[in-house]
Design a protein around this ligand. Structure first.
Ligand code: GLC
Length: 554
């Protein structure tokens, strides 16, 4: 099969910014849009092509923006619409694409629609949300046994109108009712509002929970305890009637039609929980659904050759070319990936090499490029509403045993720019940022790593450069070269028609001597910044890889 030239979104690299934590120019300890504008040249120079922003829309900030009270307004904490317009223009001037985070599933309970909806049973906005009578005798029990994603019942009782409303996430985030055509129309108009401004794509927040069973049937029992991004069953519920409904999948096709009204092409990437196979449904039979879904497989898999090989093979099988898989190591909801690797930058370089050379779109979470670590916080002082929710429970031992993080604060700390007070995050050196700057900032920061050729930051920069300069890396097809018995390394080739490039990754702490597929290999990249060539003659025609070294060659 002759390969077609890919569209921009099929070969881009996305960097996620959590605006609260990137750069604060007003000195109030919270990041803002002007701060992001200030740092665009940093991103451009790093080689980032597309930026996805966690929400900066109007919001009471109870879930730091994922509780929207005005979908077409900028929250004053982050700036103004004028700042947004400048941000968009400044990004486009630099040939960078801008992706916004759309929370379609729910609003804040402070959104004017919900305030109206909760006002009375006969309010015209009543059926914009999901209201139901409680169980008899006096209606004081929830309408059914559904559980919210972070645990507990998914219903909240409203004393005023004596009915319950449904929420999939937290009680202050009531779910919108997409069976009401007016809701759909309104949200599609919001999408068009941002597209008309020139936005290039959207990340769709918890899209899998858009629709729920119309007759609100009770959920079934499951042995699954922990919620995960890979399996929707959790907390002893199957989530059969509230997640990944056929209507929700159809909805992704409708969304695609909306963005396809626009040229040049825009894209949608969905946060959808479930197996890879489940996600492929959202991509659609002709990729006429979401352009992409996040594949979270790497976030909680063991970093071993065996596991990665299995995951990559499954992805390649479920989403073959021309479908575009995504590769995600972390985001604002998960433990920073370097901390799952004992904070070892050498291993992080190896994984970055893998992430940026597989077939698909890599998503890099702010700070990953300098090796920012996950931070342990006391739940009692949690900023994150999930941490707050659980702060009253004695969870210590369970959390340790299961190696999970209940609060998401640990991965949301301020970006570490330099060794100055507050790590250069805030223009005000004496302000206390909304989350404390980790102590590691004096060692781990952009300024310091910029100067060090063998830093993680410079490794990312070199990788992004080599990816951009070699079409085969960003657009090529993928094939494993090593067999299942090889436990120490991964090797694969990327190719476009007859042209190919090789990637070898040593996952062991041993030196390895590996077969070389070409007579005189040309080294394009090594995680070792000082390696300039592959001297195969010195090793009987073999390639020598040092511990945890990754290379790209032709
Ligand atoms: C998504 C977001 C998360 C948010 C939740 C509710 O999972 O990534 O941060 O709290 O949805 O909107």
């Amino acid at each position: 099969m002759l390969q077609k030239e890919l569209s921009w979104w099929q070969k881009t690299v996305v960097y996620q910014i959590y605006p609260r934590s990137f750069r604060d120019t007003t000195g109030n300890g919270i990041g803002d849009l002007k701060g992001i504008i200030e740092k665009l040249d940093y991103l451009k120079d790093l080689g980032v092509e597309t930026v996805w922003f966690s929400p900066f829309f109007k919001s009471p900030q109870k879930d730091h923006g994922y509780d929207v009270s005005g979908f077409q307004e900028i929250d004053p904490i982050y700036g103004s619409m004028q700042d947004f317009d400048i941000l968009l223009e400044s990004m486009h001037e630099r040939s960078m694409k801008i992706v916004l985070d759309l929370v379609l599933n729910h609003t804040s309970d402070q959104h004017p629609w919900f305030i109206e909806s909760a006002f009375s049973r006969d309010n015209p906005k009543r059926d914009w949300y999901i209201w139901a009578d409680g169980k008899k005798p006096n209606g004081k029990k929830p309408p059914n046994n559904w559980k919210a994603l972070p645990g507990g019942p998914a219903w909240k009782y409203d004393e005023n109108t004596e009915q319950w409303y449904y929420f999939h996430f937290l009680p202050f985030q009531p779910d919108l009712n997409y069976r009401n055509p007016k809701v759909k129309e309104e949200m599609f108009n919001t999408i068009r509002f941002w597209l008309d401004k020139g936005v290039d794509g959207f990340r769709l927040d918890i899209l899998h929970s858009i629709y729920e069973d119309e007759s609100l049937r009770d959920d079934e029992f499951s042995w699954h305890l922990l919620p995960s991004n890979k399996n929707v069953a959790s907390l002893f519920r199957k989530h059969k009637y509230d997640l990944n409904l056929p209507e929700t999948i159809d909805f992704s096709f409708e969304l695609r039609e909306v963005i396809d009204e626009y040229q040049p092409e825009r894209f949608l990437v969905g946060e959808v929980f479930g197996s890879i196979e489940e996600m492929s449904k959202y991509y659609g039979p002709q990729n006429n659904g979401l352009n992409m879904c996040f594949l979270f497989e790497f976030m909680d898999s063991k970093p071993t050759v065996k596991v990665y090989k299995r995951v990559i093979s499954r992805i390649e099988k479920a989403l073959p070319y021309p479908y575009i898989p995504t590769f995600v190591y972390g985001n604002h909801d998960s433990i920073r990936y370097i901390s799952r690797l004992n904070n070892n930058p050498q291993k992080a370089k190896l994984l970055a090499t893998m992430q940026l050379t597989l077939r698909g779109v890599p998503f890099v979470y702010y700070g990953e490029e300098i090796g920012m670590r996950n931070v342990k916080f006391d739940l009692k002082t949690s900023e994150d509403p999930i941490g707050k929710k659980y702060s009253k429970f004695p969870l210590g031992t369970i959390v340790k045993l299961l190696n999970i993080s209940v609060s998401r604060d640990g991965c949301r700390t301020p970006m570490q720019w330099n060794s100055e007070p507050n790590a250069g995050f805030s223009s005000n050196e004496t302000v206390e940022p909304w989350l404390p700057v980790p102590e590691s900032y004096e060692k781990i920061n952009v300024e310091k790593e910029n100067k060090n050729p063998s830093s993680l930051l410079n490794c990312y920069r070199r990788l992004l450069k080599v990816r951009k300069e070699n079409k085969i890396l960003s657009e090529g097809l993928f094939e494993f070269m090593n067999g299942d018995a090889d436990k120490d390394y991964l090797s694969y080739r990327k190719y476009i028609n007859d042209d190919e490039i090789y990637i070898y990754l040593n996952f062991s702490k041993k030196e390895l001597l590996l077969n070389c597929p070409v007579e005189s290999p040309d080294l394009y990249f090594s995680t070792l910044s000082n390696r300039v060539a592959l001297d195969i003659e010195a090793y009987n025609g073999k390639i020598k890889l040092t511990p945890f070294e990754g290379i790209i060659f032709k």
